[in-house]
Design a protein around this ligand. Sequence first.
Ligand code: FES
Ligand SMILES: [Fe+2]
Length: 393
Amino acid sequence: MTDVSETKKPGDRKITRLADLTASQQADIRQIPAEKDFVNVPLAAERPNGIFTGRDRFDAEQTGVFHRFPVPVTLAAVLPEPGSVVAVEAYGLPLLVSRNRAGEIKVFINACQHKGSKLIEDCEVHEQSRITCPYHAWTYGIDGKLLGVARSDMFEGLDKSKRGLKQLPSVVWGGVVYVQLDGREPDCSNLSAEVAGDFEALGIPEAHVYGRKTFDLKANWKLVLEPFLEGYHVQRLHAASIGDLFVDAPSIVSTFGPNIRQVSGRIGYYPEMLDEDPDNNVHKLVTFAYTAFPNLVIVTSQYYISAMILMPIDVDRTIVHYFMLTPGPATTAKAEEVFKRSYELILNVFGNEDFRAAQITHEGLAAGVPETSTYCGLEVNIIHYYEAFEQLL
Ligand code: FES
Ligand SMILES: [Fe+2]
């Protein structure tokens, strides 16, 4: 998949129309019935407590998935400019993600080849072509080469060409930077070309990153993921915030291996709306939610897109990197106000509602209750996802 962020810039796109989407996205949207015609199908499905609380299961996921296939670490949109670098704490590893002068993204371990000091300690994006270690000032290019050693006359026989930053194999897929943590050539067999095409149609590679926030949660990563795969909780957990904006609507669902695309109509949706004005912002009519293998969530909203990477750190600990993407930076005070209010709203909804639900659920499960979680017809996508995921363990 090509990294189109080299050619398109944030702000090139103002809104996304139906016609901007892929044929397959449009086909799914056209299958969404009117709200009044929705039919929900009941389901009987269970999962044992141990998939959330068991050490064996966690270890099997680490070996079978997170260290076997490429995993997302950040978005290419975080580094729109060639000659920039950002530090990312990913899956317990300190990483540096850089975009070199040619526009290519590379990933390194954020550790100096002299004695291991972290090179960048903050999480800001640095527009600079060199990285200098804070300890003894060894200097690297953003492509990882060791360029300069302070008092190099004091090192006998030091071969600078052997002391470049340690690189991890990476691939940019639909604007998402994936890394192969075990250092092997990335095995992209579970990434979906369709989903990457969808992300490009949604403008994710060249989006503007309006805000980023990291959450450190006391919950298994799958408990953090579950609310993004089901609509059952929305009117209930989110009753005080966004619950009124959604009905218990089944989504039109397409699966691409262990990747899931859900699309549903917004409140009051009827299919004729699609053709009333071809220049309509399609995000005002429908909401897309993706679970991209293994742990990336994308949710579209009227004026922005949310991206979340749910990184398992331990059985009961997950670090979430949240990104709010807009088509470009705000160009008017009114747009800035909309973005600012949206950012506050979404951080509240996800942070204080969905993530809180994950944490309080983990507490109950850790006490051994219930022995099995039970899932209904409004939660069927969770089961789709687990079935595909569990095949890899
Ligand atoms: S540890 Fe980086 S220069 Fe010494
Ligand atoms: Fe939610």
